[in-house]
Write a protein that binds this ligand. Sequence first.
Ligand SMILES: NC(=O)c1ccc[n+]([C@@H]2O[C@H](COP(=O)([O-])OP(=O)(O)OC[C@H]3O[C@@H](n4cnc5c(N)ncnc54)[C@H](OP(=O)(O)O)[C@@H]3O)[C@@H](O)[C@H]2O)c1
Length: 297
Amino acid sequence: MRLLIAGWQGQVARALAEAAPACPDVAACAIGRPALDICEMKTITRALADVRPDVVINTAAYTAVDKAESQADEAFALNRDGARMLAQAAQKRGAAVIHLSTDYVFDGSKAAPYGEDDPPAPQTVYSRSKLEGEEMVRAANPRHVIMRTAWVYSPVGSNFVKTMLRLAESRDRLGVVDDQCGNPTYAPHLAEAILGVARQIAGAGPDAPWGTYHAVGSGSATWCGLAREIFRQSSARGGPGAEIDAITTADYPTPARRPANSRLDCDKLQQHFGLRLPDWRDGVKDCVSRLCPTPTD
Ligand SMILES: NC(=O)c1ccc[n+]([C@@H]2O[C@H](COP(=O)([O-])OP(=O)(O)OC[C@H]3O[C@@H](n4cnc5c(N)ncnc54)[C@H](OP(=O)(O)O)[C@@H]3O)[C@@H](O)[C@H]2O)c1
């Protein structure tokens, strides 16, 4: 199976590029800007011609959720128009597309985890641009799998785990939001699931389970619970730690409003692809061990 991964420096792209070589049946090529810019059709066409993929995985996105509030044009150009161009070009070459989307398409008012059929109600520029991206991908390429993920962290890039460990280097106490709940997702676990989906859809016809899926780490936490687990794991390894004060969203205002409930139900991914991501604590353990190595590692 030949894979073209759009994006190469992002958390998910790097996790995919790390995991793919271990799969004997997979030849994966991760290409990012400037060689592949998903807003430049010329570069998309060239990358597709060079790699001749069975499946295109789109990890490229405008992910600066707060900045998007004042940069709507940039967010839509990438998350909506770029997503459409890539899916369309893949379709023309007979390649399927796996497109990543977000829990933020929901407003967070539901009391239970969101299913794929729950009505989206995006509340911010980023989430609207991602939802419109989903719609574009569905229209452009019937051979698509949209995977909505959330709260992604990894040993690379900017993410909550790295931020907590960095802040704990210089501070003894941190206030962390405890009234937003979601599913922390370790990028290497997500990458395994994406590769599992890719394997099952490469070359598949109309009967394959095309559509929209939720793909997040098993189990849920608040940001505060996640921070406590990070410091528990880190302290056990002699790494940084800090006392945590539970605060509310109102105590920590951000330009883009976050949903109170971001939890996603992943049963559909299990039913159609036989895939379930490991528990989020397993991901934190691996991530912290990579960020805080001990002499015996
Ligand atoms: N991170 C999360 O918590 C989270 C949550 C829910 C959903 N998601 C979704 O998951 C996907 C992957 O997220 P991530 O955390 O891996 O994102 P990320 O680390 O922010 O990486 C995004 C990548 O997109 C690339 N990119 C930006 N503009 C591009 C363009 N015009 N052409 C090609 N590449 C471009 C960037 O490349 P440069 O390095 O060149 O800037 C960057 O490496 C995204 O679709 C995101 O919306 C993420």
